[in-house]
Write a protein that binds this ligand. Sequence first.
Ligand code: IPM
Ligand code: MG
Length: 354
Amino acid sequence: MKICVMAGDGIGPEIVEQALRVLKAPALGLQASFTEAAVGGAGYRAEGHPLPVSSLKAARDADAILFGAVGDFSLDTLPRELRPEQAILGLRKELNLFANFRPAIVYPELVDASSLKPEVVAGLDILIIRELTGDIYFGQPRGIHVRSDGVREGFDTMRYSVPEIERVAHVAFQAAQKRNRRLCSVDKANVLDTMQLWREVVIAVGQQYPDVELSHLYVDNAAMQLLKNPKQFDVMVTGNMFGDILSDEASMLTGSIGMLPSASLNENNFGLYEPIHGSAPDIAGKNIANPLATILSAAMMLRYSFGNADAADKIEAAVKRVLANGVRTGDIATAGAPVVGTREMGDAVLAALH
Ligand code: IPM
Ligand code: MG
């Protein structure tokens, strides 16, 4: 297993360090080699670009990527193509990582960490599949210009082609087949032409999956339903921008955005694995960030890219034990309860790994 490690910015290095300790744990017995590559603000500082050519090459040469987070407020005034976020956007596009899996699971021990009532979230297990290489994130034209009347104007373009919708729809239907066979497609077909096409294509692809119950929601309603009755969902599939927003929302059902891992896959199951949270520069270097989303992302890597369900199960079981033992970082602790740091959470997972 050749793993490219891209820790990135902010809390990225601290949380990735804990995930690496887990991947290297003797209890897992993995044969892996690790190559580090600079990305984001770290890439810009080292090589003048958020996704240096050498880092992209290291990613291509690897079997999978473990990614921390990118984002650095001090670089936000750079031209867009040099901002840290371009590292992750560039990797997704260059490596064709169009299918983004964002599971949101409520662990019984964390039911009280959610800001929603326990009965609303207890037992929740949903999978959001976000299209990751199209939509308004990448659509052209885009820009900020001065109109002929002298007014400055910004514009972006929402675009989806039929093949782009089809391929992510197939991934979503197949994921639903492995779960509870319910798929909810989220769009804005009532207003946007792109999304009308999205709905048409998802329905057409659905003909090939008669065993999956397909439903549709407009994104505003989906956002509301996620808070009102999240357990109605099994798998959700949606475009890039709506998926960005809904997955952050879903993370809060689980108690903390510090708990949600993700996998971004191409059609050959080559994948990039990252927590869904960002670089959190305000808490960087303080040993307080929750490393569990990154550790769980490493488990997803073993499961999806390396077909090692056994090792993935072990990591996930260790995380459950740690939570059952009451070990909490600040983001998942109940008010006033004792908390541990990033490294200590890593220690606890290692100790629970067998
Ligand atoms: C995410 C993040 C990214 C996104 C940012 C960092 C570009 O919010 O992975 O959800 O918008 O996709
Ligand atoms: Mg996001």
